[in-house]
Design a protein around this ligand. Structure first.
Ligand SMILES: Cc1ncc(COP(=O)(O)O)c(C=O)c1O
Length: 425
């Protein structure tokens, strides 16, 4: 143990204005939870709120809760609660479905918007997407994307007669041109924790006449996003990581106000209809982001998320970002002190402007090392074959956690034999 690092951790925790928020979460005090970039921790008050949803709203009010209890409008109401956390004004976010489904809606809608034929929002009878004829035949996709985005974008491209061009996000500005319909980029890379240039890529897409679609799964609730300020067109994100909505909590879809009238959903379910209870045979899209809805919302998960969002009441995202960077800097410093030389190397950029809220360490023995860490109460995760991921959620992770995690990592590495370098065999 380096007493200097432990003492520094204690004084950093004492000076941390977000530290009191930790008490809002149900954490196992015997362990260090660094997996909030996969599944956020449970806010303590959520079970009681869900009990009310189950027993009173469902059990007593029953079907009346759809109207009197506000169930029907929950997707847009909860979207408005997420909006300030990602820098969006009201009326532009709806909650529902998985991120994967929202990627599909967003990519198809972006392609359609890129060559808007002005019939969006009404039943199409010709079955065609005319924008391909206008020459915008390509969708640029982050080559290291979370796999689901790539799978879905490829299918969306096939269905709309476009082709996918996989590229590193940094290469996108140079590749954009008159053939580009849209770009789909992860704001923070799920594996490396690299933060991509949302303002720059969005501006470059617009200069080329294309639309920018961002996946915010690893940035929503972790750092300022500035959707409106940077003119993002469409965005999606999950709520079970840094927004702590719970396992499988519904995702969100952002449709910038200027695109709402032209947003032509590929999944125009009855919840997106202007008058859903008219049960009309023909589809007429609702106004606003509501046209991004599909079918009946998953109320239990959605209201668990609604409750979980209460923890943000007095939190400024700038403070979250400052603490996230301080935590990840400190963790890297502790890893450098505790880990035996040459056993791990950081895949996460050192530059703050390029770092999300996780640290990814490459380690040849990663599976055995992560097993050892979890057995000793340090919960991170593994992205095969050789990446150890550690998520830092500023609302409930402290500097003493970072010091302990790095110290235990050093112990585990000392106990797990390293591979003999080829030259020394
Ligand atoms: C960047 C990113 N996109 C998409 C997904 C998948 O989302 P879902 O399972 O909600 O469809 C994840 C899940 O971890 C993710 O990290």
């Amino acid at each position: 143990m380096y007493p200097g690092l432990a003492a520094r951790a204690a004084s950093l925790d004492a000076a941390d204005g977000l530290a009191p928020l930790r008490d809002l979460f149900a954490l196992n005090e015997g362990s260090v939870y660094l997996d909030g970039n996969s599944l956020g921790a449970l806010p303590r008050h959520v079970p009681e709120r869900l009990r009310d949803v189950m027993t009173r709203q469902w059990g007593e009010l029953g079907i009346r809760s759809w109207t009197e209890g506000g169930w029907w409008t929950a997707p847009e109401r909860i979207g408005d609660r997420i909006a300030p956390l990602v820098g969006a004004g009201p009326g532009q976010i709806v909650v529902g479905d998985s991120t994967s489904v929202n990627v599909f809606k967003a990519v198809v809608a972006a392609v359609r918007l890129a060559g808007q034929d002005r019939t969006a929002g009404q039943d199409r009878t010709d079955g065609q997407d005319r924008t391909a004829a206008e020459g915008r035949t390509e969708v640029l996709v982050d080559a290291t994307t979370f796999p689901t985005d790539g799978y879905i974008a490829r299918s969306a491209a096939r269905m709309t007669g476009r082709r996918i061009v996989p590229l590193a996000p940094a290469e996108m500005p140079a590749a954009l041109g008159p053939r580009t319909a849209a770009v789909l980029v992860n704001h923070v890379d799920f594996r490396t924790g690299r933060l991509h240039d949302l303002p720059g890529i969005t501006a470059a897409a617009h200069a080329a006449g294309a639309l920018a679609v961002w996946d915010l799964c690893h940035s929503a609730g972790a750092l300022p996003v500035g959707l409106d300020a940077h003119g993002v067109d469409l965005a999606v994100g999950c709520t079970y990581k840094y927004l702590n909505g719970g396992p499988g909590s519904p995702a969100f879809l952002y449709v910038a106000e200027r695109h709402q009238a032209g947003f032509d959903s590929p999944l125009p379910g009855w919840n997106a209809h202007a008058d859903p209870f008219a049960m009309a045979a023909g589809f007429e899209a609702a106004d606003g982001a509501v046209r991004g809805r599909v079918g009946t919302p998953d109320i239990l998960s959605m209201l668990a998320l609604d409750a979980a969002l209460d923890v943000w009441a007095d939190v400024r995202m700038a403070d979250v970002r400052a603490k996230s960077l301080a935590l990840t800097d400190f963790f890297l410093e502790c890893v450098a002190a505790y880990a035996p030389p040459g056993r791990v190397s950081s895949l996460t950029p050192a530059a703050h402007a390029e770092r999300g809220s996780q640290i990814a360490l490459r380690c040849a023995e990663a599976p055995a090392v992560m097993d050892g860490l979890i057995a000793r109460g340090v919960v991170g995760d593994l992205r095969g074959p050789d990446v150890l991921r550690f998520g830092f959620t500023p609302l409930y992770v402290g500097f003493a956690d970072a010091e302990r995690a790095a110290r235990v990592l050093g112990e585990v590495l000392a106990a797990v034999p390293g591979r003999v370098p080829p030259g020394r065999r």
